[in-house]
Design a protein around this ligand. Structure first.
Ligand SMILES: Cc1cc2nc3c(=O)[nH]c(=O)nc-3n(C[C@H](O)[C@H](O)[C@H](O)COP(=O)(O)O)c2cc1C
Length: 252
């Protein structure tokens, strides 16, 4: 099993330490290769808003040298782990910036069928508030990439950081993380592809309708959909993920 981890903080603090518990537990269950990315080191720039990825292709992104190797690894992975501390009631800025760079993967643009087989787990840590919103920001992007199921866990330190946390409290958090890790491992290893999130399925059909009505043949998205056979209604990425049509011919 191969898992890509994206850490939403350079600090080896609470979210990092909780992730190590999750990793260790998964590693006990089978052979797992972890590919780890640390933000902002591995994606040091903000999205410039040039929209080149949408208009000219993701390889024209000024940060392609960062996005290319990460996307390659993500496409090969069975699962993802995304971590974030809560900053001002939200996901960390470097995590948001990372996600912005992959907007072209959204279901309404050029989603990669490989994503539709994958599972993801989000770990968030907070002093006490904002974990729900922080998780939602990451989870929304992953779902719009087509990720089949997104799970999460958050914990509140109430100011007692990991290393100074009362033993009893830490034990409870660790036990929960281990349970979640076990469940997640079983889910990933099962290879089960669940019914898509309904609103993602709807987005696909609404986008196709809009594309047919208003988009020119010059659009990158439309070309991509035509080449994949999604535009004429014969195929779609959900079917491709289940192996109903030949797998992706595309590579980056
Ligand atoms: C800039 C900044 C903003 C923060 N905002 C919040 C917040 O809105 N709500 C909260 O409960 N904790 C907040 N925190 C605390 C962190 O979320 C918390 O300490 C977290 O466990 C840190 O994770 P880390 O050790 O992985 O960096 C903030 C911390 C920083 C540095």
């Amino acid at each position: 099993m191969k898992i890509v981890i994206v850490y939403g903080s350079p600090r080896r603090g609470n979210s990092y330490k909780a992730t190590q518990v999750f990793k260790d537990e998964i590693s006990k269950l089978g052979r797992v290769e972890f590919i780890e990315y640390f933000l902002p080191k591995d994606m040091p720039n903000f999205c410039r808003g040039c929209a080149s990825c949408f208009i000219n292709g993701e390889d024209k992104c000024p940060d392609y040298k960062y996005t290319k190797p990460i996307l390659e690894q993500m496409l090969l992975a069975d699962a993802f782990i995304f971590t974030t501390p809560v900053y001002v009631l939200q996901t960390s800025g470097c995590m948001k910036s990372f996600l912005d760079h992959f907007a072209f993967l959204f279901i309404v643009h050029r989603p990669r069928p490989e994503m539709f087989r994958k599972k993801a787990f989000i770990i968030a840590s907070t002093v006490g508030a904002g974990a729900k919103e922080a998780i939602k920001t990451i989870s929304t992007s992953l779902k719009f990439w087509g990720v089949n199921r997104v799970y999460s866990f958050s914990f509140a330190t109430f100011g007692e950081d990991w290393d100074i946390m009362r033993a009893e409290k830490k034990e409870k958090i660790v036990a929960k993380i281990k349970r979640k890790a076990n469940k997640f491992y079983r889910e990933v290893i099962s290879g089960k592809i669940h019914y898509p999130y309904l609103y993602i399925l709807l987005m696909f059909y609404i986008r196709r309708m809009i594309m047919k009505k208003v988009e020119t043949e010059l659009s990158m998205d439309k070309k991509y959909w035509i080449e994949r056979g999604w535009f004429n209604g014969k195929g779609n990425p959900f079917k491709e993920a289940r192996g109903d049509t030949p797998p992706s011919r595309f590579s980056i």
